[in-house]
Ligand binder design. Sequence first.
Ligand SMILES: O=C(O)c1ccc[n+]([C@@H]2O[C@H](COP(=O)([O-])O)[C@@H](O)[C@H]2O)c1
Ligand SMILES: Cc1cc2nc[nH]c2cc1C
Length: 338
Amino acid sequence: MSASGLPFDDFRELLRNLPGPDSAALSAARARDAELTKPPGALGRLEEIAFWLAAWTGRKPAVTRPLVAIFAGNHGVTKQAITPFPPSVTAQMVENFAAGGAAINQICIAHDLGLKVFDLALDYPTADITEAPALSERDCAATMAFGMEAVAGGTDLLCIGEMGIGNTTIAAAINLALYGGTAEEWVGPGTGSTGPLLERKIAAVEKAVALHRAHLADPLEVLRRLGGRELAAMAGAILAARMQKIPVIIDGYVATAAGAVLRAANPSALDHCLIGHVSAEPGHLKSIEKLGKTPLLALGMRLGEGTGAALAAGIVKAAAACHSGMATFAQAGVSNQA
Ligand SMILES: O=C(O)c1ccc[n+]([C@@H]2O[C@H](COP(=O)([O-])O)[C@@H](O)[C@H]2O)c1
Ligand SMILES: Cc1cc2nc[nH]c2cc1C
């Protein structure tokens, strides 16, 4: 904790002093790209991804230890009867991740990605955001710090995902607080809320944002009042990655909301991040556009658990492989005259 003793102070300081991109590594990548055996720009966005890797790692683009981190949390707002699945499914899915039976396990095998799952006090859901702040400042800051530690084991590409019944309601509330509009614009079906479930979900988001309105100009207050443990941990992990020169791929609607909190605190906070995919949750594309980003994939998925980010990691790995493995015109004896 910082000298003044307020748990958020260290994070405010970090957010004010984020490291920028490495311009020497970026220039070197651009120079090499111009020599590779392809028409200029022919690899399209793969070339931009290689430049992004160079800028945010400070090295020649390479992905050798990609990691998917899933953060799991439970939410008091589920007592408003807003989800088709019960909160017990969060812990059950954590078990399924550990046993290798979830979709994310198969995508990690397909793309050769490491996987770590962090469950965050699943037996102690956050407070119901329609009645109280989700977390105390101390709990929120401690969970952000936990998320920062999660990447300490070393990786050179971090995919951020989550698991938490009720958390699409949380993401919608965060988006409404950060961007305004109406609750209907930000609330979607999540795992399948329709009819009365969806109506109660919209009402819960409206009520929560109205209750906390006086405090929502401060993005970290948005996170602690309307967020949840997995969102706080994802925010911490994204920040830690920035400090440690690790590029990040953000997953779906909920992971994007965690990132949005950081972006609201510092407009450059997500410059080291890609959005892996646009999910089928109706508000996701708009929330991505608010960040000034373009998602890599659009596969109609709405699963969470890092699946969209993990699929995008395969593309990022391929971008690095092309950049580092292709021959130059001179090496291959190919004419570079158009
Ligand atoms: O990532 C997404 O865009 C996404 C869209 C819909 C559902 N989810 C997942 O579904 C869970 C939350 O849905 P819900 O209906 O319980 O709020 C949580 O575990 C998320 O990972 C995730
Ligand atoms: C079964 C199930 C799997 C999930 N994976 C991520 N969120 C989920 C929500 C449910 C309900």
